[in-house]
Design a protein around this ligand. Structure first.
Ligand code: SAM
Ligand code: DTB
Ligand code: SF4
Length: 323
């Protein structure tokens, strides 16, 4: 386990990010082979509660602070969520992630429904993930007792850049939620977004915060901004695909055992750019025509791509839906 370090410095991470691309990918792939197989996990997302969120995250079409075309949608019924989970399983997904446009979880009927959804998803034999904003210790414990596999809560950017992106909560709030999740025994899923206007220094700092968590997050989503009309970041230029490759490779080197998820922004990537990200150590994608509110590549083309490169999970092959 000599490769698992928790004392990475920002300077070391900057050096990695700026290595010649092929050297960086080679180093990441070498580690990846030691810790993982070549299969790409398919995780399907569902927006259980959409829009009208109290936070002002500058990238997010679901924030009540901005006017976007996102239609507000109250909490979906438990049965509808479980039907979607069953469909995702039939199409070959092994993880089901439920998103809630909330600043924080509140106790009460809605939380009880969330617990029921988690139990139901687990009973289908899927990994269950929830992302629903901040939570306290007892909420984390109740989610753990319901069988939740992982809780997603992204750092999004560096501590320094944070106030340029979100002012309605602090970086410390975010870290505290991650700590509650860790203490409860639920796996931590935390990553960030590139393309917000951040510097390479910000990217290195964000990775440093993640890589100095002890233990590392089990799951690290790397998102490229989906620039949505009406949000303050609507006019951000698209991310260079090679920047995503560098982020995936560096996350893989820093956190060798984590599942690195090539997340939002795949619609703009060629097949070849995605495969380069897989070579760099990304080993999961979101699978389904929609992320939460924005478009994702369609399931057929994703399956065909993974089949072509021989990277489908056993579950997907067993479900017979690779045909
Ligand atoms: N409200 C909860 C929260 O923010 O933690 C959960 C849902 S929120 C939509 C989950 C994550 O999606 C955010 O932390 C952010 O990293 C990512 N995200 C949201 N909008 C995005 C966009 N336009 N482009 C890329 N990633 C985005
Ligand atoms: C994550 O890091 N990315 C996913 C998931 N975790 C919840 C969400 C991406 C959202 C992209 C914008 C949207 O579709 O609303
Ligand atoms: Fe709300 Fe989450 Fe969107 Fe921020 S990212 S506005 S917390 S839904």
């Amino acid at each position: 386990m000599a490769d698992i370090r928790h004392d990475w410095t920002t300077a070391e991470i900057q050096d990695l990010l700026h290595q010649p691309l092929l050297d960086l990918v080679y180093r990441a792939q070498t580690l990846h082979r030691q810790y993982s197989d070549r299969q790409i996990q398919l995780a399907t997302l569902l927006s259980v509660k959409t829009g009208g969120c109290a936070e002002n995250c500058a990238y997010c079409p679901q924030s009540a602070h901005y006017e976007t075309t996102v239609q507000k949608q109250p909490i979906l019924p438990v049965a509808e969520v479980l039907a979607s989970a069953q469909k995702a399983k039939d199409l070959g997904a092994s993880r089901f992630c439920m998103g809630w446009a909330w600043r924080e979880i509140r106790d009460g009927e809605a939380f009880d429904q969330m617990l029921e959804m988690v139990q139901g998803v687990k009973n289908l034999g899927l990994e269950a993930c929830v992302t629903a904003g901040m939570l306290n210790e007892s909420q984390a414990q109740r989610l753990a007792a319901a069988g939740l596999t992982a809780y997603n809560h992204n750092l999004d950017t560096s501590p320094e850049n944070y106030d340029n992106i979100i002012t309605t909560r602090t970086y410390g709030d975010r870290l505290q939620t991650l700590d509650h999740v860790r203490q409860s025994g639920v796996q931590v899923c935390s990553g960030g977004i590139i393309g917000l206007g951040e510097t390479w220094g910000d990217r290195a700092q964000m990775l440093q915060v993640l890589a100095t968590l002890q233990p590392h997050p089990e799951s690290v989503p790397i998102n490229a901004l989906v620039a949505v009309a009406g949000t303050p970041l609507a006019d951000q230029p698209p991310v260079d695909p090679f920047d995503l490759v560098r982020m995936c490779a560096t996350a893989r080197i820093l956190m060798p055992k984590a599942r690195v998820r090539l997340s939002a922004g795949r619609s703009r990537l060629s097949d070849e750019a995605q495969v380069l990200c897989f070579l760099a150590g990304a080993n999961s994608i979101f699978y389904g025509d929609k992320l939460l509110t924005t478009a994702n590549p369609d399931q057929d083309s994703d399956r065909q791509l993974l089949e072509k490169i021989g990277a489908l999970e056993e579950q997907t092959l067993a479900s017979g839906c690779s045909k």
